[in-house]
Design a protein around this ligand. Structure first.
Ligand code: GDP
Length: 322
């Protein structure tokens, strides 16, 4: 079977185009000879099944990238389990079902590495899915994402449509959330290092022991991989999307401080949680298709910090409550 999907001349609907990943996918699709379709929240409420069906029937995309999701950090997940489970289930089911009803030929569903068991083998292969208990703090989100990838698989098996799923590792980059209460580690450390530099602080406090290891991927690399999969992958299994390399949080903190130009000593705050010790994805399936990331971690951090500096002046960086 020919696994390729020609984007030229196609209309591609990106759901969630205002989010970090969705906006990166829209940027990346600008390089393809295709029409990109987006919808504002006022125009389309993804929670409204009838509205999504009407939108899909009227606009008739050839392909759909489902990058819309209710997302948040560990605290938000813990406090709003209904939102993370129900909103994600409803939105993704509306989009996938309506796409099928409107004869969408190719659909890419986005998940996350938290779908894997808490104690999965490292690096984590795709077939580690559903082999053990989830990390309890984000199981609501994870269960919804697992249901989404299974729904794509079910449509493929029952109706023979080319609906695929990708599971990205920890992403960072332009458009990230820099609100310290809800952000992930890269934007958090970047903001802290930036503020330490401005105040002339001599230390940068890192949560936990600094020993956990994480894999990071620049969001533009992730978007490139997603468009690549859209064009070149037509398999039954979901595909991990990552860089294939991880580093300790302590090393990350030193690299971020150096990129920002903050002359600080990295200190550790053991009262804050470490979380899972390691979650490196096995990216051999993706790499076997020929795709590779372009950014080094340092290069990606430099580009992100340049974005941060430019946009903080314009007042459109997500910083949270002052
Ligand atoms: P996780 O990958 O789901 O654990 O999410 P995070 O990106 O929030 O955290 C990754 C690691 O970075 C954890 O070990 C955190 O304890 C550590 N970390 C160190 N400093 C910070 C910080 O200021 N904010 C966040 N979110 N994590 C931090």
């Amino acid at each position: 079977m020919d696994d390729t999907f020609e984007l030229r001349g196609k209309r591609v609907f990106v759901a969630g185009h205002r989010g970090m990943v969705g906006s990166a996918v829209v940027r990346r699709l600008a390089d393809e000879d295709c029409e990109v379709l987006t919808a504002s929240r006022a125009e389309l409420d993804l929670m409204d099944q009838a509205g999504v069906r009407r939108f899909m029937a009227a606009r008739r995309p050839d392909a759909v990238v489902m990058a819309a999701a209710k997302v948040g950090g560990i605290l938000a997940n813990d406090r709003f389990p209904v939102d993370f489970l129900q909103d994600n289930l409803v939105m993704q089911t509306n989009v996938i079902e309506s796409a099928f009803r409107s004869d969408v030929r190719k659909l890419l569903f986005l998940g996350s590495s938290c779908i894997y068991p808490k104690f999965a083998p490292q690096p984590i292969p795709e077939d580690a899915l559903l082999t053990g208990p989830l990390e309890p703090t984000n199981e609501w989100y994870a269960v919804a994402k697992i249901a989404g990838l299974k729904l794509c698989q079910a449509y493929r098996r029952q109706y023979g449509v080319d609906y695929i799923s990708a599971m990205p590792t920890n992403l960072y980059g332009p458009g990230d959330n820099f609100d310290l209460d809800s952000s992930h580690v890269v934007p958090a450390l970047m903001r802290k290092a930036h503020e330490a530099k401005r105040r002339g602080d001599k230390s940068l406090a890192v949560w936990g022991s600094g020993k956990p290891m994480r894999e990071f991927l620049h969001v533009d690399d992730a978007a490139d991989a997603l468009v690549w999969l859209l064009k070149n992958y037509a398999g039954d299994s979901h595909v991990n999307v990552g860089s294939g390399e991880d580093i300790t949080i302590a090393e990350l903190a030193r690299t971020v401080a150096s990129v920002v130009g903050a002359d600080v000593e990295v200190t550790f705050d053991p009262t804050k949680p470490d979380g899972t010790p390691r979650k490196l994805m096995d990216v051999s399936r993706l790499f076997a298709t020929g795709w590779r990331p372009r950014y080094t971690l340092r290069g990606g951090l430099e580009e992100t910090y340049a974005w941060f500096l430019q946009h903080i002046e314009e007042g459109d960086v997500r910083l949270g409550a002052a």
